[in-house]
Design a protein around this ligand. Structure first.
Ligand SMILES: [Zn+2]
Length: 246
């Protein structure tokens, strides 16, 4: 009996800290779009409450198929997208952006990656010729700005490190972390992946600065949503634990 109880408690704890992969967040206001296969990324659809939606990133697929399917499940189409916010210009985050007429929001520091004028900076040399994407930033955003869509706001936080112009967004109590962090299956948070990052030390410093900024209003954040793993439902606590160990 005691073993059964302990097992039940363990399962409950695991469910409490991490959202099921692909399950909706923020009481259904946020729908993650899960991609199959290696290198696949999640995009997120935020319900702005006025019949429209806001996207965070656009995944790997150039036809934006997974996002369009997820929009159809919500009885929405590409025309209902009011804005596309980009965390950073890596190909698995901007792949489907051309499928949406909505303005593309990003920090200007990220422009060379979004346009394809520059290759991603990584810890090893890349001799490939950069390839133009046909994309550009329509609305340059800056740290500290807040944008309103319907009943929802999207707040902008600069988080340089993984890329120079990497940006984290806060909406509906969910902190969309892009590739600045990833979650483990045990409900812990890790920083940016070294192999794919420009500067992981800068990323860690940016995460610490962000935690300090949000510390006094931490009740506003209930979910951490990295791009390549499930979301964590413990507010800023996983970020605190990660930073304690850095
Ligand atoms: Zn990336």
């Amino acid at each position: 009996m005691r073993i059964l109880l302990l097992t039940t408690l363990t399962l409950l704890t695991a469910c409490d800290v991490a959202a099921p992969m692909g399950g909706s967040l923020a009481d259904g206001l946020v729908q993650p779009v899960t991609y199959d296969g290696a290198g696949g990324s999640q995009a997120y659809i935020i319900d702005s409450g006025d019949g429209r939606v806001v996207l965070i990133d656009t995944g790997l697929d150039e036809d934006a198929g997974p996002i369009l399917d997820a929009l159809a499940d919500l009885d929405r189409t590409a025309d209902d997208v009011a804005a596309v916010f980009i965390t950073h210009g890596h190909p698995d985050h901007i792949g489907g952006a051309a499928q949406f007429d909505a303005p593309l929001y990003a920090r200007p520091e990220e422009r060379p990656l979004i346009t394809g004028e520059q290759n991603p900076e990584r810890p090893f040399p890349n001799f490939d010729e950069p390839e133009a994407t046909g994309l550009d930033i329509d609305v340059p955003v800056a740290d500290g700005e807040v944008y309103g869509f319907g009943y929802r706001t999207v707040e902008v936080f600069a988080l340089p490190g993984h890329t120079a112009g990497h940006t984290v967004y806060l909406s509906a109590g969910v902190l969309f972390m892009g590739d600045s962090a990833s979650a483990t299956s045990e409900g812990e948070l890790n920083g940016a992946t070294w192999l794919f990052s420009r500067d992981t030390a800068e990323n860690d410093a940016s995460l610490a600065a962000l935690r300090d900024r949000l510390d006094r209003e931490r009740d506003r954040i209930h979910t951490l949503a990295p791009a390549h793993s499930e979301a964590l439902l413990e507010g800023l606590a996983p970020l605190d634990r990660y930073l304690d160990g850095v």
